[in-house]
Design a protein around this ligand. Structure first.
Ligand SMILES: [Zn+2]
Length: 238
């Protein structure tokens, strides 16, 4: 004989079964969308994330070819047509989390999230291409060469890399997977603006960000301006 408990358990199993089918079909539809748009990434998972700057949605992506992951933090409603305040922040473990003074990354990350939090709407793409795409260990090797007097560009070249190995088309794909087509981009790097525009993202405005300059990173920021085309008021006015 079936009791109430059996009926309930059957119902729960039935719901779990259908939820799994729903999850699978959602994943399949996202993979088909990525294939149709010829995207390099898949949108894999998302969850609510409370932060000091407000509550957001954290979205995880995976590169189809390599399985490397990236994330987006989505604040507020980005489904409305107004351009979204946004920053592509390339991973810098030393600057973002270990308080390094060799660069301005941690300050830029904090200032961006603060600005987005104040607007109550925006997207931070956390682009996990550490050390301008050369990886953490090679970044440390580059730092060792900088200890001997090379600048950040010369060090990358000596290690056999380009000055900047990052692939920003991945970021255009993340925007597309989030449904974002127009942004106000927080950056000093005009290359990011050009690549996004070519990839079909409408960058309606470049929002400068100049924070975290100190005695240890002054030369690094100067080289970024002179050799990598970054736009800093302090450097470019010289
Ligand atoms: Zn950094």
């Amino acid at each position: 004989m079936f009791g109430v408990h059996d009926v309930l358990m059957t119902g729960i199993c039935f719901c779990k079964f259908h939820f799994r089918i729903f999850e699978s079909s959602l994943l399949i539809s996202r993979i088909i969308f990525a294939m149709n748009e010829n995207l390099k990434l898949r949108r894999m998972a998302e969850a609510k994330l409370p932060t000091e700057f407000g509550h957001c949605l954290i979205v995880g992506f995976e590169e189809i070819s390599s399985g490397r992951d990236h994330i987006a933090l989505v604040y507020g409603d980005i489904t409305t047509p107004d351009p979204v305040l946004s920053r592509i922040h390339s991973e810098c473990l030393t600057g973002d989390t270990l308080f390094s003074l060799k660069c301005d990354c941690g300050h830029q990350l904090g200032a961006t999230l603060s600005q987005i939090g104040q607007e109550g709407r925006g997207v931070l793409l956390y682009h996990r291409q550490e050390g301008r795409g050369i990886g953490l260990v090679n970044k440390i090797r580059a730092y060792a060469l900088q200890d001997k007097g090379l600048d950040t560009v010369e060090a990358n070249l000596q290690l056999g890399f380009k000055p900047d190995e990052r692939d920003f088309t991945l970021c255009a794909d993340m925007y597309k997977l989030l449904g974002v087509r127009a942004v106000r981009l927080i950056t000093n790097n005009p290359l990011k603006v050009d690549i996004l525009k070519k990839a079909g993202i409408n960058v309606v405005e470049r929002v400068p960000i100049e924070v975290g300059r100190n005695g240890n990173n002054d030369r690094y920021l100067k080289v970024k301006a002179e050799k990598l085309g970054h736009l800093f008021k302090n450097c470019n006015e010289k």
